[in-house]
Ligand binder design. Sequence first.
Ligand SMILES: Nc1nc2c(ncn2[C@@H]2O[C@H](COP(=O)(O)OP(=O)(O)OP(=O)(O)O)[C@@H](O)[C@H]2O)c(=O)[nH]1
Ligand SMILES: [Mg+2]
Length: 522
Amino acid sequence: MTKRVPADADQVLTDESNHESAVTEASDPLARLLSRAERAESATVIRDLTGGALALGDEAHDELGADLDAIRMEREDRASLKRVVGLSTELEDVTEVEYRQLRLENVVLIGIYSEKSSENAENSLRELAALAETAGATVLDGLLQRRQNPDPATYLGKGKAQELAELVAAVGADTVVADTELAPSQRRALEDVVKVKVIDRTAVILDIFSQHAKSREGKAQVELAQLQYLLPRLRGWGESMSRQAGGQVGSGGAGMGSRGPGETKMELDRRKIHTRMAKLRKQIAQMAPAREAKRANRKRGEVPSVAIAGYTNAGKSSLLNRLTGTQEFVQNQLFATLDTAVRHAETDDGRSFTYADTVGFVRALPHQLVEAFRSTFEEVGEADVILHVVDGSHPDPEAQLRTVREVIAEVDAQGIPEIVAFNKSDLIDESQRLVLHGLVSDAVFVSARTGEGLEELSRRIDAALPVPDREVTVVVPYDRGELVAEMHERNRVLETEYVEEGTRVRAYVTAEMLAKLEPYLG
Ligand SMILES: Nc1nc2c(ncn2[C@@H]2O[C@H](COP(=O)(O)OP(=O)(O)OP(=O)(O)O)[C@@H](O)[C@H]2O)c(=O)[nH]1
Ligand SMILES: [Mg+2]
């Protein structure tokens, strides 16, 4: 399952045996990604097994053994990799590897802004810091440059890139994170200048998603998104390898990239990725019917639904827990929730409905993820009410509102009644309240922490929910046959039977129809 180390690996690194696997992994990122995916799949198998499925065939037993090996190996790999922190800085040349699993340690953030004020860019960089920390990094510093457009070659301008290189060396960072999606060539060029690995916002978000995905479907969706992100970058990798093979080999003899098998292997890799992506698409498509069925079931019972949408970390899951008394996963982390959770609830007058907690939104949500999670967002598009949760204590709630509404529009959900709840009201003062009130005048102020405003919010939700159809059984006299016809046309008839007094009909009917049927109710 793992690949062996090339014979000359220890020319590059010291002979500490732990480095072995790190070199292998670093020199073949694709193999790592694909094998990680395989291992991840096996891990699911094991969890399923401990979940009680005991009917194991021999094959499954073998599989289990292999799975355990794989998991052990992965753990060892991880442990050994931990010990080679700063690997990339030591090598002073990491340009060969275009895609790596993120092992963020000490990072410096960079961004660009073109407006007069840097406020927006600063907020975005602060968010990037939270993202990087969620992914497990320590943020050492941030650097913003004012420029009309990013430099096509190195993203930052030449001078600033040099300054960045000095900063990176001074603070001892091993990674630079750019607050954008970098072109593969930009990333390579910037790495050449700063001498440590450079990644972008998209890669960080993808990494967090891959750490947090729990369901099989979620995992498949994230992996598909990762491969989509990787594919165009693979070309750059190939070019860089042939460039290296073309003679520009560095001073230390054969560098890591030049050992690569070059274009032929590239083609093979590309094919492997395409095959894997096709497999994932198929898997996801096969899982879709199950989700559809679940959703249809809810619809069939005519149970209305409330989708809780909002920026990541706004407090959606906390509110859901408060509103329904359940225990949804809450963490001060971005993207704590990746799988849509559905909870049942009741209005004060006893009508039942559902809440769906959804994946949080973020600025510049990678398009690969919007694609991959389309089905999740579509859940929002099919809701009867959208509960839009905004963190009222955030420095830029307006941008959060805008981002979420953009995605809502993307899934054609603009027509759905929206209730805006400014959460974390325990953290905001009167003047902030006024500002927020100015943004959305009919918003509800709530606090999942103190419980403030929850009753009002419940009332607002109750009022916004459609009155669900009622199941009734009526006996309609034969001379009122038009009522039966209308039920067939406008409502959902479950059963009809002809009895002496008339037609006995069991159906889900609207409030309007119910009024007409009043005299014939059983
Ligand atoms: N002070 C305060 N903190 C809150 C409140 N509601 C939630 N939080 C905190 O905000 C953080 C995020 O809460 P979550 O409920 O996980 O947020 P979420 O919107 O579900 O986030 P994702 O699932 O990551 O998209 C947690 O640390 C909560 O404890 C509130 O009303 N007041
Ligand atoms: Mg959540």
